[in-house]
Design a protein around this ligand. Structure first.
Ligand code: TPP
Ligand code: MG
Length: 322
């Protein structure tokens, strides 16, 4: 059974709108100082998260990135709890201790956003291998950017997934840049070529088209679930905002205004769905309630600052400084 909130075009549009509006609110909260430290906005890339998650079942899992809000929301995380996480409040997905780059909800198969570029991939392969060993039908989607293509750990993960025939769908969100570095001048060969070198079927898809992503992800998920092993999708996409909210402080000019404008013309949210305006209103109300929940959530008690630093059962060595 696919994720119920992504089962039809209206649900997929609603979720893309939720992600876009969430990111706009998060940006506002960063600018006003409510969110400390900033975020990596996902605006522009919504069709990738939603298209891939639309091909997943509720029990399937994912690993995410530093730009993770879209993946987490697409899999079904509560927007109020994600906002509370950004604020560092106790009502957050992780009690406010993870923040934007470490949002997780294991109950929904969200194994975590991740601040280390490429680091979600080995987690995904491990989770998929564990499911395979247990005889469970779980598929794991692993999102990463073009920048991760040059991380050794990603190549090691592709290799292990291939030899173990692990049920992983590797999803490369090629948005053209790793921070300010153009992929065109940083990635030797091609994204799909890397997967092909490990014997993994790979395809490139229009990452601005949610239905194209869903169709390609559907083929990959089907292959993984039926024992056919991993697949690799390169989704061509673009981030509409800065790499990080901090970027506005530096006058960076690595992307031409015309380039940004031409990708904005291909906005994945452009739709002719007749119910789009009603959905937009519905999402605005949902997000207002989510913001209310997050803002009303308590600040953590400073006395709990060192909680969760050790796995359960372990104690700091006596005398060790905390
Ligand atoms: C291992 C590692 N190296 C460097 C960084 C700093 N860093 C954070 S995001 C980023 C760029 C990542 O680019 P990409 O994978 O294309 O993802 P995008 O930001 O475009 O979504 C870098 C270099 C990091 N977090 N982890
Ligand atoms: Mg990138």
């Amino acid at each position: 059974m696919s994720l119920p909130h992504l089962a039809d075009p209206a649900g997929r549009y609603r979720t893309m709108r939720l992600i876009r509006s969430f990111e706009e609110l998060a940006l506002e909260w960063v600018r006003s100082g409510l969110v400390v430290g900033g975020t990596h906005p996902y605006s522009g890339q919504e069709a990738v998260a939603v298209g891939v998650c639309a091909a997943l079942d509720p029990a399937d899992q994912l690993t995410s990135t530093h730009r993770g809000h879209g993946h987490v929301l697409a899999k079904g995380a509560d927007p109020g709890r994600l906002l509370a996480e950004l604020l560092g409040r106790v009502g957050g997905l992780n009690g406010g201790r993870g923040g934007s780059m470490h949002a997780a909800d294991f109950s929904l198969g969200i194994l975590g956003a991740n601040g280390i570029v490429g680091a979600g991939a080995p987690i995904a392969v491990g989770a998929a291998w564990a499911a395979q060993r247990r005889g469970e039908p779980t598929v794991v989607a692993s999102f990463f950017g073009d920048g991760a293509l040059n991380q050794g750990v990603l190549l090691e993960s592709l290799n292990l997934a291939s030899i173990w025939r692990a049920p992983v769908v590797f999803v490369c969100e090629n948005n053209g840049y790793a921070t300010t570095l153009p992929a065109a001048s940083a990635v030797g060969g091609s994204a799909c070529g890397r997967a092909a070198a490990f014997g993994i079927p790979a395809e490139t898809v229009d990452g601005m088209d949610v239905e194209a992503v869903r169709a390609a992800a559907g083929r990959a998920v089907e292959r993984a679930r039926s024992g056919g092993g991993p697949s690799f999708l390169e989704c061509l996409t673009y981030r509409f905002e800065a790499h990080h909210t901090m970027e506005r402080r530096f006058r960076l000019s690595y992307r031409a205004a015309e380039e940004v404008a031409s990708w904005r013309e291909r906005d994945p949210l452009a739709t002719d769905l007749p119910e789009a305006a009603a959905i937009d209103l519905e999402v605005a109300e949902l997000l207002a309630a989510a913001a209310g929940f997050a803002l009303a959530s308590a600040e953590p008690d400073p006395a709990t600052a060192t909680d969760h630093l050790y796995a359960s059962g372990l104690r700091p060595r006596s005398g060790a400084a905390l």
